[in-house]
Design a protein around this ligand. Structure first.
Ligand SMILES: [Zn+2]
Length: 225
């Protein structure tokens, strides 16, 4: 019974693992998206600050021009010219920056749209895989219930020590029981000692392979049950 349910068990184990992988890649896309959004926000703030500075400098230039026009001596006139020049340079810097920031914002907006699309697609894929997985799990569990029907009753008839030994073996070894037709363990290929082989054929007790520790049952006895 356990052997026949093994494929179901491994699929039941794999389904949530696969979903978990998908879920973590969706989360990764989400955090990339958040990162790009905050970069875009920063660029927008910088753009706002530079635009305000530009406005101030344009006003400053007008003031400097008026001052220069009203200059009554050479010293005042030179000071006005210097102020005009400083404002002009600052205006040019602001304009250069604004152009650069504008280009960066444009590029960032485009890549953000692309990321949002990827994220939506991944989210939808996760949702549909999640639905499919739920349906498949229900299907597998129903099948498993059918295959393992009556197992509890059989377990109840067996000695506790045998069940404990079986459960201990079953995990790491995949199969806990080996059915033999000759004097060789079919799982690990060791030749069984003749006396052990004879005991196994009599089927009076539970025996284990001396090498791989699997519980060994003679084929004719297994078939007779
Ligand atoms: Zn063996």
């Amino acid at each position: 019974m356990d052997d026949s349910a093994r494929d179901l068990d491994s699929e039941l184990k794999q389904i949530p693992e696969r979903l978990e992988e998908l879920r973590s890649s969706v989360q990764m896309l989400e955090s990339l998206l958040a990162q790009e959004r905050s970069q875009l926000d920063e660029a927008e703030q910088l753009k706002g600050a530079r635009a305000t500075e530009l406005k101030d400098r344009v006003e400053g230039l007008q003031r400097a021009r008026r001052k220069a026009a009203q200059a009554t001596n050479m010293k005042e006139s030179q000071a006005g010219e210097r102020e005009i020049e400083a404002n002009r340079r600052a205006i040019k810097d602001c304009e250069d920056d604004l152009r650069r920031i504008g280009e960066a914002i444009e590029a960032k907006t485009a890549s953000l749209a692309e990321r949002e699309k990827d994220f939506d697609e991944a989210k939808q894929l996760l949702q549909s895989e999640d639905d499919k997985a739920k349906a498949r799990v229900a299907e597998l569990e129903a099948e498993r219930g059918e295959l393992l029907g009556g197992r509890d009753e059989i377990v109840a008839t067996l000695p506790q020590v045998v069940i404990r030994r079986y459960d201990r073996l079953k995990g790491p070894l995949i199969t806990a029981v080996a059915i033999i037709g000759d004097g060789t363990c079919p799982a690990c290929r060791i030749s069984l000692p003749p006396q052990l082989y004879n005991d196994i054929r009599r089927g009076e007790d539970f025996h284990q392979c001396p090498q791989c520790r699997r519980m060994i049952i003679y084929k004719e006895i297994a078939d007779a049950d």
